[in-house]
Design a protein around this ligand. Structure first.
Ligand code: NDX
Length: 256
């Protein structure tokens, strides 16, 4: 049966960090080609309805750690922290896999990116789940440690902002509509990438609560992946809408 290989965790986390840098170098200037940044000329063929695409893409991030958790033998009863933290990760991806896609009104998603997105979700789902279930060791009073409590608080706050902002975006469209409007309300009052801001806060909270290399690597990846995307969204809005709120920032309220 499986056991903890610290070298494997180190290698996979480092590669995740390297992917983050690759992502940053590829997409700092040119955004990932999906949603409002997809080129007009793109063939309508190689695409899947947003619902199927987001469901398939995010499913491994839920399934892989959930299976690792369920199938671990012998079941790991101690300590509670590992299972709790793994459940937090699964909880986010339960939302992202089983709830978010069924309400999205997004445009069809490019198959090629879907493929890489799925690979990424398998990779990251395995790394986070494997680490928490087979490697992580927490003292019995981890639940009262300031890192756990403050991290959990950030995680919940970020998740709340992310879900609320995704809801506000969805309400900009009627079913079947694919046009872009100016997002209003919630944290969109301050930033163009309110959903991204929430997601980044969420994963840094998770990293602090788990105090682990894999989780910090994933938080860093998230920052490198959707941070620049928030900036590209912001530029798109400024270019498209002459009446776009002048005081609104790209990602971080009042700052950037
Ligand atoms: N999926 C994470 N890189 C990504 C898929 C693509 O979950 O090979 C990263 C994620 C993947 C990427 C993923 C990782 C890197 C990949 C990349 C493909 C290539 C790349 C694998 C896995 C790669 C290397 C080489 C390094 C390996 O029509 P529409 O779709 O635009 O509609 C949108 C709508 N909307 C509006 N409607 C009306 N008016 C407006 N003004 C609107 N603005 C937007 O709202 C959508 O239906 C919806 C949301 O749109 P948007 O653009 O704000 O968010 P989106 O980017 O679609 O993300 C959706 C949610 C969001 O909450 C975000 O925080 C979360 O998913 N997310 C997204 C990306 C990554 C991620 C989280 C993470 O890293 N944690």
């Amino acid at each position: 049966s499986m056991q903890c290989f610290p070298g494997l965790v180190l290698a996979l986390s480092s590669l995740l960090g390297a992917l983050a840098l690759l992502q940053l170098s590829l997409h700092l200037r040119v955004p990932s080609r999906y949603g409002k940044h997809e080129e007009r000329l793109a063939r309508p063929r190689g695409r899947l309805p947003a619902r199927c695409a987001w469901f398939l893409q995010e499913l491994p991030s839920f399934l892989v750690p959930a299976l690792l958790l369920a199938l671990r033998s012998p079941p790991r009863l101690e300590p509670l922290g590992c299972r709790l933290l793994c459940c937090l990760f699964c909880w986010h991806y339960f939302y992202r896999t089983f709830i978010y896609p069924f309400f999205t009104r997004g445009r069809p998603f490019p198959l090629q990116l879907l493929f890489f997105g799925m690979l990424f979700c398998i990779y990251n789902g395995f790394l986070q789940g494997y680490y928490l279930i087979y490697c992580a060791e927490y003292p019995n009073d981890w639940c009262t440690d300031i890192r756990f409590t403050s991290g959990l608080l950030l995680f919940l706050l970020g998740m709340g902002i992310n879900i609320h902002s995704d809801l506000l975006l969805r309400q900009l469209r009627k079913p079947g509509e694919v046009t872009y409007k100016i997002p209003q309300g919630g944290l969109f009052t301050y930033v163009s990438g309110a959903n991204y801001f929430g997601e980044i806060v969420e994963w840094f909270g998770f990293a602090i609560a788990t105090w682990s290399l894999p989780a910090f690597a994933f938080a860093f990846f998230t920052l490198c992946c959707i941070g620049p995307r928030a900036y590209h969204h912001h530029r798109y809005y400024l270019k498209t809408f002459t009446d776009y709120p002048k005081s609104r920032k790209a990602l971080i309220p009042f700052v950037f």
